[in-house]
Design a protein around this ligand. Structure first.
Ligand code: TXA
Ligand code: MG
Length: 343
């Protein structure tokens, strides 16, 4: 397949490319679009055969449901059985933005989009290019992250091209994503609200609107063998670079000592800014220790850089788990296949 690259810096100025992307999507094609979280591989969410092509392009298991992206509240009623009061209040507080809300779906959502479940995940992104494309296409867009299944999500067009050239009709290039980790996913489909995936909207922010929110055990821990995943995406190996990543909890001094005495093959460290000089191996820093937002924005591209550099063993400094840090920790323990060393 011939993949067009559509550079869109400003949806007003680059309107012809916005229209091209929208036309491809309306015709049942696949277009990679930027969002404020990560790039998404989009298709018409209401067209089951278009959505099937997403799974093929990504190599994604077909029981893993997709997020449906909308650009305004009027698009929602046809998609859902009901949009409960809690969902409405969350939408008012945090949409457009990096928050996905799961509710019971209507019959308009094909089983391909919802992975055969009776619920649907909905998000209104804030990225102006995503919004312009959805608005111009006039259809809700199903879009998982635009990586090959299992790889870290792409936060710039270069990484989309690396994974998806020849597999999609077009890739929109709008530079770097601001948030850098995927949206927060919360379900309101079962009575008590439950956080399924931490992201740019924090647990604290959700609780400010809803009161207490349960945290799904899969957010912080490995699912035990045979356990049913509330969010099917949680059960697959995720965000994993080829390198063997090990998360190491402890002080910088303990970390430096551990790395020095445990080199295995080509060994690197994933550390915080300013720590490089203390480490005896090649160091890749992913933000200041106190700055979870920057860590989130840089993590996925750093994981890909580690592979580009051919690193075999990577020891990673452990982020704080507060605020957006919870999302950073959640992605890193998955990259590490839950291998954590506590010093
Ligand atoms: O920021 C994001 O959310 C990005 C951008 C492109 O919007 N999208 C994204 O999609 O990360 P994806 O498919 O990579 O992750 C969606 C997650 C998966 O873990 C999936 O299992 C879960 O949401 N999910 C989707 N629909 C669900 C449902 N009905 N019930 C439970 N989990 C659901
Ligand atoms: Mg994904």
């Amino acid at each position: 397949m011939n993949t067009q690259i559509l550079p869109i810096e400003d949806p007003g100025k680059d309107e012809s490319y916005v229209r091209r992307a929208a036309e491809i999507l309306r015709a049942g094609g696949l277009v990679i679009i930027p969002t404020e979280t990560v790039y998404g591989l989009a298709a018409n969410a209401l067209d089951g055969s278009a959505v099937r092509r997403i799974y093929e392009a990504k190599g994604r298991p077909s029981d893993n449901p997709l997020i449906v992206h909308v650009s305004n509240m009027e698009m929602i009623p046809p998609l859902v059985e009901d949009f409960p009061d809690g969902a409405r209040r969350l939408a008012e507080a945090y949409w457009p933005g990096p928050l996905t809300i799961i509710v019971r779906k209507s019959g308009r959502i094909p089983p391909e989009t919802s992975g055969g479940l009776d619920t649907v995940a909905i998000r209104m992104p804030s990225h102006p290019v995503a919004r312009a494309i959805i608005e111009t296409a006039g259809i809700p867009l199903a879009a998982p992250s635009a990586n090959l299944s299992g790889k870290p999500s792409p936060t710039n067009a270069r990484r989309c091209i690396e994974d998806m050239m020849g597999r999609v009709d077009a890739i929109v290039d709008s530079g770097n994503c601001q948030v850098g980790v995927e949206s927060t996913v919360i379900t309101l489909a079962e009575g008590k609200p439950r956080l399924l995936r931490p992201g740019g909207i924090t647990l604290e922010q959700l609780e400010a609107v809803l009161g207490q929110v349960e945290v799904d055990p899969a957010v912080l821990h490995k699912l035990s063998a045979g356990a049913k995943a509330s969010s099917p995406g949680m059960k697959y190996k995720h965000y994993a670079p080829k390198a063997h990543v090990i998360l190491v909890e402890g002080s910088l001094q303990q970390f430096a000592e551990y790395v020095k005495t445990h080199q295995q093959g080509k060994t690197a460290a994933l550390c915080f800014d300013g720590e490089e000089a203390f480490l005896s191996v090649r160091a890749f820093s992913y933000g200041k220790k106190e700055d979870a937002a920057t860590q989130a924005a840089r993590l996925f591209d750093k994981l890909r850089e580690l592979d580009d550099a051919g690193e075999e063993t990577v020891y990673a400094r452990c982020p704080d788990k507060e605020g957006v840090g919870l999302a950073v920790y959640n992605r890193l323990i998955r990259a590490a296949g839950f291998e954590v060393i506590k010093l």
